[in-house]
Design a protein around this ligand. Structure first.
Ligand code: BGC
Length: 775
């Protein structure tokens, strides 16, 4: 863990430039608006360590799979969100010297991400090898008002000389993904053009045929006044630029405004893209930078009104949660059901920008409570629309009769992952998709979703489990062979407790949902039965047989669920006894050593206790938590948040707080030494859960929202806002008590510390804080 960035409640601040930390900073300072996003690369050239990154949501390329040893069932390709045209570029030359922070002396440097208003700023004073000093001040953002646009204000001030400076704003589409499997470039040029102050590049992705037109318009300003210029147009392969030579006067700032739009053929006809891009960029440039920035700031301030979490008395914790909420809102807005949330969002290439179980297990709860209902519904519909492909995927592996195995990683529903122990074996993801349906219906009460879409998915998933689970004649029980649980530091294990638990839960929930749908709408149920050839009696009988006779490992001596067969045979050395120098294990140990060790990458048994807490008494939860947590290395970003929630549930407020800090500051403090690849966007929703479900103790049961809040000692107070079935609640927890304010016109009956409490519309209720929330 490093404490590189300054603590501030609304900003991420970097003071001084550390090139060895540049890639981490590029990730942390990333910008996005749901439609597009980018890493915080410098506008000017940089020859040091950097990962260039610009992304357009939903635009991907099927990169041919690369594996050491091909296994039947592997997908042909890995869909990757593409590294798209670099639209921020502005080259700066003074004579024969090109501005490059890796080669010039950096005299002072400050970078700030303003999360409250949604923009990134940099101010740096540099000196060229020949002694020319200039100051660069840049501000840029991806607009959430015009969500296909971005803008940059780039000010250069000559400090110790007067003379020519050459500024070349450009768009460069000659980009290669750092993770390209065969060193292949994924874009080809369609057309381009550049005039004095305006230009565009239109590119097409190979194979998938997406087209994206990126257009720029530039304006120059000196001493607060627009300045005419005549530029030299430059065209290279997939590149356009406008070379502007300006006579810089010592001490006089020169500002170049660069306006950009990125339009994709997902939303426009390909043949209209370039014209539309030019028209739009011209239109936004007429708004002027200051107005666009003001609109951006206002829109972000408005967003924060709905989703801010305020932590009083602990600036580091406050900064952490705001950073997480900011990044989530930059990544996914929920307006387009073709889009989803990649584990790295727009902050890096790792994980291909594709969809994982992270969406259902971690992100859905965040969007359920903080956004309109349609947002979580769109995330569910994304999977519903991909059901056919999940059935094909299962078929490829030898399953039949409409059994579905959703992919581990996907862009359009096709499996993209290709390591057998995960692709074929980390099948618990199917359970998370079913759980998200349950979670959505539980939270919203929208049971019609089950009738219209949910049940079809549930039956297909249950059919998979019914075929994947094996009858053991030896045990006279059903067993689950050859799986990888959420703990990926164990592969190909038998009877992973979590996977078996979620599988059996799916079967039960499917039977329950069949009952509900039959009751709600016989006709639609019959249509579904015909559509999917569902043999209700026979198939449900099988489901019920598995439910009744499934084997779950348990150690009676310790009183814990067994993560998998043989787990206790391992050498039981706890994480606290491991030298810090050997962690993270994934970077320091051989894979073989990791697999044989007792160490758990992320919540596994504990993930099951989190999902299904109502099925277990508090002592069982405590015994399992006390056993498994000390063996967990939390090397997945998805781990600390679940532990924070469980620790809070068990009343261990100090541990909950430590886990909260770890999850919320995971990227800001680079806990796992891997933020250089990008931020852990999906786990950021887990951070939100750590506050709301952990410290706030929020749950939904039998259509009722309940809170069991705890206040960490380090905090004076914390507050958050949730929407629930038409009501909007602000919950504030302080030493004075729990104040629930109903900000809507709908009265609502909730539970606070187990007591029914009616909160009338536009009114509030104060309840004293209770020391312990144990039930
Ligand atoms: C975790 C998975 C997760 C993936 C993407 C992996 O490191 O083990 O559970 O789905 O990252 O976030």
């Amino acid at each position: 863990m490093k404490q590189y960035f300054k603590v501030d409640e609304w900003k991420i601040i970097e003071e001084g430039f550390d090139p060895s930390y540049n890639k981490v900073a590029e990730s942390v300072f990333s910008l996005g608006n749901g439609r597009m996003g980018q890493r915080a690369n410098f506008e000017e050239a940089y020859s040091g360590e950097t990962l260039q990154g610009n992304y357009v949501a939903g635009v991907y390329y099927p990169d041919k799979t690369r594996v050491g040893w091909w296994k039947n069932g592997y997908p042909e390709y890995f869909a990757k969100v593409l590294n798209a045209a670099n639209w921020i570029g502005i080259d700066v030359w003074i004579g024969d010297e090109q501005l490059d922070l890796a080669k010039w002396e950096v005299i002072d440097f400050k970078r700030e991400l303003n999360m409250r208003e949604g923009y990134l700023q940099r101010n740096t004073l540099v000196k060229s090898p020949k002694g020319k000093e200039i100051r660069i001040e840049s501000t840029r953002f991806c607009s959430i008002v015009d969500d296909e646009a971005g803008a940059i204000s780039y000010t250069v001030t000559a400090i110790n000389f007067t003379g020519d400076i050459k500024l070349t704003p450009f768009i460069d589409g000659d980009i290669i993904n750092a993770d390209s499997n065969y060193g292949e470039k994924f874009w080809e040029e369609v057309k381009k053009d550049v005039g004095n102050d305006t230009g565009f590049v239109q590119l097409r992705t190979k194979k998938t045929g997406f087209e994206v037109a990126t257009a720029m318009k530039v304006l120059l300003n000196r001493g607060g006044k627009p300045e005419e210029f005549s530029s030299k147009p430059i065209q290279k392969e997939k590149y356009i630029g406008a070379e502007i030579t300006v006579n810089a006067v010592s001490g006089q700032p020169l500002t170049l405004y660069k306006y950009v739009v990125n339009l994709s053929s997902q939303n426009y006809k390909a043949q209209e893209l370039a014209d539309k891009a030019i028209a739009q960029v011209t239109q936004i440039s007429q708004k002027y930078f200051a107005v666009m920035l003001l609109e951006q700031a206002n829109a972000w301030v408005e967003k924060w009104k709905h989703n801010d979490i305020i932590i009083e008395g602990d600036a580091a914790a406050q900064q952490g949660i705001r950073f997480n909420i900011f990044q989530l809102n930059q990544t996914y807005t929920g307006e387009d059901d073709r889009l989803n949330i990649g584990p790295k969002g727009f902050t890096g290439e790792k994980y291909g920008g594709s969809t994982y179980w992270d969406t259902e297990a971690y992100c859905v709860p965040f969007y359920l409570a903080t956004a309109e209902q349609k947002v979580a519904r769109n995330l569910l519909l994304y999977r519903y629309k991909q059901l056919g492909k999940a059935i094909d995927n299962a078929k490829l592996l030898g399953f039949k009769d409409g059994a579905a195995l959703y992919p581990m990683v996907t862009m359009d529903g096709t499996e993209c992952h290709n390591e057998w122990e995960i692709t074929f074996e980390e099948i618990h993801r199917n359970g998370a998709i079913a759980f998200a349906i349950f979670n959505y219906v539980r939270y919203t009460g929208d049971e019609a979703y089950l009738t219209d879409y949910g049940l079809e998915v549930l039956i297909a998933i249950s059919r998979f489990w019914a075929q994947r689970i094996t009858w053991s004649a030896e045990r006279q029980q059903y067993v689950m062979l050859g799986v990888t649980g959420p703990n990926e530091y164990e592969n190909n294990v038998n009877n992973n407790w979590y996977t078996s638990t979620i599988a059996v839960w799916c079967l039960k929930y499917t039977i329950e949902a069949i009952g509900k749908v039959k009751e709600a709408n016989q006709a639609k149920y019959k249509d579904l039965v015909t559509k999917i050839t569902f043999r209700e009696e026979q198939e449900c009988e099988k489901f019920a047989d598995i439910i009744g006779k499934m084997y779950f490992g348990h150690d009676d001596k310790i009183g814990i669920f067994l993560q998998q067969d043989g787990y206790l045979d391992k050498e039981q050395i706890l994480v606290k006894d491991l030298p810090a120098s050997e962690q993270p294990l994934v970077k320091k140990w051989s894979w073989d050593r990791i697999l044989r060790s007792v160490y758990i990458k992320q919540a596994d048994v504990l993930q099951g206790l989190y999902f299904f807490e109502d099925n277990y008494d508090i002592d069982t939860m405590r015994r399992n938590y006390d056993f498994y947590e000390p063996r967990t290395v939390h090397e997945s970003s998805l781990s600390p948040c679940v532990h924070a929630i469980l620790a809070a549930k068990l009343g261990d407020i100090d541990r909950a707080y430590q886990f909260y800090l770890r999850t919320s500051r995971l990227d800001i403090d680079d806990y796992n030494d891997d933020t250089d690849d990008g931020c852990h966007i999906t786990s950021m929703a887990g951070t939100w859960m750590a506050v709301v479900e952990g410290f706030g103790g929020m749950r939904v049961k039998d259509d009722v929202l309940s809170f069991n809040p705890l206040l960490p000692h380090q905090w004076k107070a914390f507050s958050f806002q949730v929407g629930f079935r038409g009501a909007l609640l602000n919950v504030r927890v302080s030493a004075d008590g729990v104040t629930v304010k109903n900000l809507s016109d709908k009265e609502i009956l909730i539970k606070i510390y187990g007591s029914d409490t009616l909160i009338k519309s536009n009114s509030e209720k104060l309840t004293p804080v209770q020391a312990s929330t144990l039930e």
